[in-house]
Design a protein around this ligand. Structure first.
Ligand code: ADP
Length: 170
């Protein structure tokens, strides 16, 4: 069975098997969670991302998909990179956001990860409203987590995000 937990804090400070990165499709780094992971994790992560770009993901990682690399110097075994959708007020991209959680969990289970830390994907630079992002995250993890994954930990950067996830869990 998978237990969902919440912590307020920095995702790069977690001790888990896999840390999920809110990446962008270039896989070559960015701001927010992505920047923090590469800063603390060191150059080995970017080196593997470059190799992915040179092989399977020549055009970048599509939105809603997930791929794993080393976690470098993070206290984890893998970073699972996933590309969230940019928020749109016109088009419902909720299925793509759900896909990020589902695909990341699928990759985590394939790797044999038992503890997985997620940020609130798309709710930063990509502009997704926190309450809705939290609902999609909690619902999708509940529906799709492989029971071999023991803990899914949502790591929320601030109190607003923490409260939104707390509400979504109820
Ligand atoms: P996206 O481009 O998918 O929106 P961001 O990295 O900009 O991704 O933001 C995703 C969420 O992660 C935001 O809610 C942001 O406040 C939060 N965040 C930013 N840095 C960290 C961090 N070091 N640890 C945990 N959450 C973070």
């Amino acid at each position: 069975m998978t237990t969902l937990t919440l912590v307020q804090g920095d995702i790069t400070r977690q001790t888990v098997d896999a840390v999920v990165n809110a990446a962008n499709s270039s896989l070559l780094g960015g701001g927010g969670v992505d920047g923090a992971i590469h800063r603390r994790g060191g150059p080995d992560i970017l080196a593997e991302c470059r190799k992915l770009r040179a092989s399977h993901y020549g055009k970048g990682l599509p939105t809603g998909r997930a791929v794993a690399t080393t976690a470098g110097k993070l206290d984890a075994r893998w970073v699972i990179h996933t590309v969230g959708p940019v928020w749109s007020g016109i088009e419902d991209r909720g299925e793509l956001l759900a896909s990020c959680y589902r695909e990341s969990l699928r990759v985590a289970a394939e790797l044999g990860a038992r503890t997985v830390a997620f940020p609130a994907i798309s709710t930063g630079i990509f502009g997704w409203p926190m309450d809705d992002g939290a609902r999609i995250a909690v619902r999708t993890v509940r529906e799709s987590a492989d029971p071999a994954v023991e803990e899914v930990r949502f790591v929320l950067f601030d109190e607003h995000a923490y409260t939104a996830f707390e509400d979504a869990l109820r």
